[in-house]
Design a protein around this ligand. Structure first.
Ligand code: URA
Length: 242
């Protein structure tokens, strides 16, 4: 698949090396040099600064960095940042997309209707919120619950990366298509991403994918498949930790 200049810069900034065959260049780039920060790509510099600033931070320092972040426009519309919740040494890390209205109000991920369903999904495999860690790709609510923009995900990425470094989970669960596709850098449909273990090179962790609870509220007929995914999660964790 051809990698555009913009994608290439995002991937590089996330620490993902993209192999570009000799003599070719990312789509849209001049043959000679790939500009480090294409004009169309805002704030790689800020991203790099966040990467440097978040590395080695402890929980309190990281949370405080997140709470004052102004790296993207979402800081102008948020009520507060939504850092993450749960066991700081959890074996399982759930990653959603971004806070919604209720999460923005309460400052905690997955506390609205989707969050209640997530709690029930956890209970189904005999877990509580306090057993796992729950975070989002974005720490601020996108207005009108629109999808996260690539540049917002990019700016927020180092925060998630440092959360993972601190938690050191055994396995990551991406909740829903948007989170899964962003984390795995793919446009493969969710149906083809679930029920398998992906190795996330940058996280250096196994990762599985399941439906977003908000989707399951709209499409309850897929709850059975979500249940299969939870059993797959249980089995995968057993295999990893045995
Ligand atoms: N949806 C998400 O992806 N995350 C939340 O925190 C709430 C709803």
């Amino acid at each position: 698949m051809a990698v555009t200049t913009k994608q290439h810069a995002y991937l590089q900034a996330m620490g993902i090396e993209v192999f570009i065959p000799q003599g070719s260049s990312p789509v849209g780039a001049p043959m000679a040099a790939v500009p480090a920060t294409p004009e169309s790509l805002p704030d790689i510099t800020t991203h790099t600064q966040i990467v440097a600033a978040t590395r080695d931070l402890n929980w309190e320092q990281l949370q405080s960095q997140v709470s004052i972040c102004t790296a993207c426009e979402l800081h102008t519309t948020r009520s507060q940042t939504v850092f993450g919740v749960g066991n700081p040494h959890a074996e399982i890390l759930f990653i959603g997309e971004a806070p919604g209205a209720e999460e923005d109000r309460q400052g905690e991920p997955f506390v609205g209707r989707a969050g209640q369903l997530l709690n029930e999904m956890l209970r189904a495999i005999k877990l509580q919120r306090t057993d796992v860690y729950i975070a989002n790709i974005l720490k601020c609510r996108p207005p009108n619950n629109r999808d996260p923009k690539p540049e917002e995900a990019l700016q927020c990425w180092p925060f998630l990366q440092q959360q993972i470094a601190l938690i050191q989970p055994k396995i990551v669960v991406a909740l829903g298509r948007i989170a899964a596709q962003r984390i795995l850098h793919t446009d493969t449909p969710l149906a083809r991403l679930r029920q398998q273990i992906h190795h996330h090179v940058q996280f250096n962790l196994p990762l599985i994918v399941t439906y977003h609870p908000a989707y399951l509220l709209r499409s309850p007929q897929d709850k059975r498949k979500a249940w299969e995914d939870l059993l797959f999660l249980q089995q995968s964790l057993r295999d990893i930790t045995k």
